[in-house]
Design a protein around this ligand. Structure first.
Ligand code: NAD
Length: 788
């Protein structure tokens, strides 16, 4: 054998990571007392337990005590008890605790990595080089936020006791993403790891004991859906932070509707990996390996849909196949392993089923010719070609090592295909032309876009989805917002408006010559049903009539709002000018609007005039902010900059209050418009003529057709139609508590972003500021690498 033959015959020798320390830890722990509550290690009240196993062998690693409802009760009580003292500590004191956690984790870095690979099956290279260092960075980064909280978020307070539920794919990293911002903001925590991967959370609780976390501040309970549901439904919890499947996310959205609990959801994805013909194809292949085969594809933001430009598709797929043949499938503890086992047999069965179904629907599924280890839940990396856009492999989150491939011809087609999904978590764009990449990134409906890269994360950069990938962000400033109580002052409880009936002597048709129509797509239109509603003054005098809007009218209004591209695509300066113009035109009619408000609310002329003037001032403020509420640039510890762009949410439904019918309406509509959203407005039911009088003001102010649509009618009915409409991206409701609760519960179709006053009004004099602008935007983080 000559040297060349010897070289080619050479194989990798096994390079196993030592597991002695992990085995000693496993042998030395009493897993029958694995619930960490109020600083004590406890068994569950009802003595139940579950097994956690090594996915590469199926062997049980530990029998872990399981929390039932009584244990959740105890954990919540401990967190509640610890809350006042913890949230009252100075930022510096909390920072010291966070830093101590980070340092203690660093000292046990290798143990964390080995335990994670044993419990989850992920290759040790990943847990050692990615999961654990990122988790540590999260705590150390958030120590700084704890200390600067008072100056960076003045006047804000902790959300309270938070219930946190995490999945099994990044057990320690997801724990860090949840616990670090909670502790930094002064919240206390009840966290439930996933039932497949309880171990690193137990080690983390030991770290908390050593790092001086006060008793009850962090409580870790083990268990599955039942324990999760007990957390979600517990009335002593102020906020739920959930990471997991969209299916369970929807259950949680519904379960928390009307409870007043703050909610953030980090859910599934079907992210596009777009390769343009001018990409560096070899780099893109390496990126793809990270994008879809990292953690066996069990990654929420996995680049599971490859979209490759037709001109290079054949060459690129050939390169991908060659690279797939070199992926090493094997023991997670072997440092040479690229692909470990899936987490559990149930997950393996699910992936196999989806691949079979994809093939049945016409996809050609190719796998490299690898030997699969004898034991364990291994699935070979799989490439599906000939995938039609409707194929299950193109639409469903597989959560396994399966790549669905499609090709495109033009940039427009690439964007269209990428957005053809109900998810919106992440995307990768590969092109050597930076102009093209930065042209495409804002068009992708996804919370994170990586240019010439993939799966980059950092504690300083927000992460989270659009659409059914959930709402809220983790990391950075946006992530902290999720753990702070809302800042706006709450007004009085909203009671159902007493129906206004006609007084006996109501001066029928006195001065009335028409029924106000609806305002849809820039035109005044009759309601579909051709019915109208009488509008009475508080004294029962008929003031006029308005159209009785129906489901069909809302649908038309949503279509018009969706079709209006001129507004979201206008420059911010342009939008500012239109809002100033609206203010100017309203000010020309101050007396007329004041008289209308007086007539419909019974307010004295002076107060009514003050409301109009305050509305004009508010329009001015948001006009001024339209080009100032900008994004940021992050400099993560990588050779990349991250552009955090504030993008409009999309179509926002707004249900405005009866109280302050003009100022309330303007306070909600103006921030939505300022940020480039289009609006479907349901105005006050008792004073709708204030809104219908605005039609002319809107018409004179250069507002593009469809940017504002107004549908009058019964508030509760119209709010419910907006909540159920899957083309509405956001919904803001200031109305009675049951209307707010219903809006939240019925929003689960597309997981639209719902904000309500929870049955309370706002102090409209002060209801202005960044909170509204934040609500009107989604933050998209675009990672742009630099250097060779
Ligand atoms: P899952 O939704 O089945 O479970 C997630 C967690 O929720 C587990 O702890 C589980 O015990 C708990 N749970 C299950 N049913 C519940 C219920 N009815 N009420 C309360 N809790 C309940 O998801 P999974 O299979 O563990 O994880 C995979 C999913 O997580 C994928 O869809 C993936 O995309 C998603 N994920 C998202 C992100 C993100 O940041 N967006 C990150 C990682 C994983």
């Amino acid at each position: 054998m000559n040297i060349l033959e010897r070289y080619h015959a050479m194989d990798y020798a096994p390079a196993p990571e030592a597991r002695t320390e992990a085995d000693a830890w496993l042998a030395g722990r009493d897993f029958a007392k694995a619930l960490f509550i109020a600083g004590d290690w406890r068994a569950g009240f009802d003595g139940r337990s579950f097994d956690t196993a090594d996915p590469s062998t199926g062997k049980v690693l530990a029998k872990v005590s399981e929390a039932g409802a009584a244990d959740i009760e105890a954990a919540v009580a401990a967190a509640r008890k610890a809350l006042p003292k913890w949230s009252a500590l100075s930022g510096y004191e909390r920072a010291r605790v966070l830093y101590a956690i980070g340092r203690a984790m660093q000292r046990h870095q290798r143990l964390f990595a080995v335990l994670e690979s044993l419990d989850n099956g992920k290759p040790i290279r990943e847990s050692r080089d990615i999961d654990v260092p990122l988790a540590i960075r999260h705590f150390i980064h958030h120590a700084g936020w704890a200390q600067s909280l008072a100056s960076e978020f003045p006047g804000r307070r902790a959300a309270g006791v938070v219930g946190q539920i995490i999945p099994w794919n990044f057990p320690l990293l997801m724990l860090a993403w949840k616990i670090a911002p909670a502790l930094a903001t002064g919240c206390t925590v009840v966290l439930k790891p996933a039932e497949f991967t309880p171990l690193t959370a137990i080690l983390f609780a030991e770290i908390c004991e050593r790092a001086g976390v006060p008793r009850g501040v962090v409580n870790i309970v083990q268990g599955g859906p039942e324990a999760g549901a007990a957390i979600v439904n517990h009335p002593g919890i102020d906020k739920i932070a959930f990471t997991g499947s969209s299916e369970v996310g929807k259950i949680i959205r519904k379960a928390t509707a009307g409870s007043g609990k703050k909610l953030s959801l980090e859910l599934g994805g079907k992210s596009a990996f777009i390769v343009f013909e001018d990409a560096d194809l070899d780099s893109a292949v390496e990126g793809l390996v990270d994008g879809i085969w990292f953690n066996q594809g069990q990654v929420c933001c996995a680049g599971s849909r490859l979209l490759v430009q037709e001109s290079v598709a054949e060459a690129f797929i050939a390169k991908v196949k060659t690279r797939m043949s070199r992926l090493r499938v094997g023991s997670p503890l072997d440092k040479n392993t690229d692909i470990g086992p899936l987490v559990d047999r149930t997950q393996l069965d699910r992936v196999r089923r989806l691949v079979e179904e994809g093939a049945r629907q016409g996809a050609v599924c190719w796998q490299p010719d690898h030997e699969v280890p004898q034991t364990g839940y291994y699935h070979l990396p799989t490439l599906a070609t000939g995938v039609a856009p409707a194929n299950i492999l193109a639409q469903e989150e597989v959560f396994g090592p399966v790549l669905a491939t499609m090709s495109f011809r033009t940039t427009e087609e690439a964007v269209e295909l990428a957005n053809n999904t109900r998810y919106g978590l992440a995307a990768s764009v590969w092109s050597e032309t930076i102009n093209l990449a930065l042209h495409v990134a804002p068009q992708l409906e996804a919370g994170v876009v990586w240019v010439n890269g993939t799966n980059m994360f950092d504690a300083a950069c927000g992460f989270g989805g659009y659409r059914e990938s959930g709402f809220g962000r983790e990391g950075g400033r946006e992530g902290l917002e999720e753990y702070l109580a809302p800042s706006e002052p709450h007004g009085p409880v909203i009671k159902p408006a007493a129906p206004r009936a006609a007084a006996r002597d109501n001066g029928e048709a006195h001065g009335i010559d028409r029924t106000a129509k609806l305002f849809i797509g820039g035109k005044q239109v009759r309601p579909d049903g051709n019915y109208s509603l009488p509008v009475f003054t508080p004294k029962g005098k008929l003031a006029g009539e308005v159209g009785l809007g129906s489901r069909k009218d809302i649908r038309d209004a949503v279509s018009a709002a969706r079709a209006c591209k001129a507004w979201p695509e206008a420059t911010a300066y342009n939008r500012a000018q239109v809002l100033y113009y609206l203010a100017e035109n309203l000010s020309g009619r101050t007396e007329e609007f004041a008289a209308r408000i007086s007539e419909l609310t019974g307010a004295a002329h002076k107060a009514a005039k003050a409301e109009v003037e305050a509305s004009i001032e508010r329009l001015f403020w948001y006009a001024g902010m339209a080009d100032k509420f900008e994004g940021r640039v992050h400099q993560p510890p990588a050779r990349a900059v991250t552009l955090a762009l504030n993008e409009p949410v999309g179509v926002i439904g707004i249900v405005a209050p009866d109280e302050a019918p003009l100022l309330g309406l303007v306070s909600l509509v103006a921030p939505a418009l300022a940020m480039g959203n289009t609006v479907v407005l349901v105005p006050s039911a008792t004073a709708p003529l204030v809104a219908t009088d605005l039609y002319q003001v809107i018409e004179y102010s250069d507002v593009p057709a469809g940017a504002i649509n107004i549908v009058t009618g019964h508030t509760g009915e119209l709010a419910a139609v907006l909540a159920r409409h899957d083309d509405v991206d956001g919904l803001w409701v200031v109305a009675e508590a049951d209307i707010c609760a219903q809006a939240e519960a019925e929003s689960i179709g597309n997981l639209k972003r719902v904000w309500t006053g929870h049955g309370r009004s706002l102090d409209w004099q002060t209801a202005q500021g960044d909170a509204f602008l934040r609500r009107a935007t989604e933050v998209k983080n675009v990672w742009v690498p630099y250097g060779d």
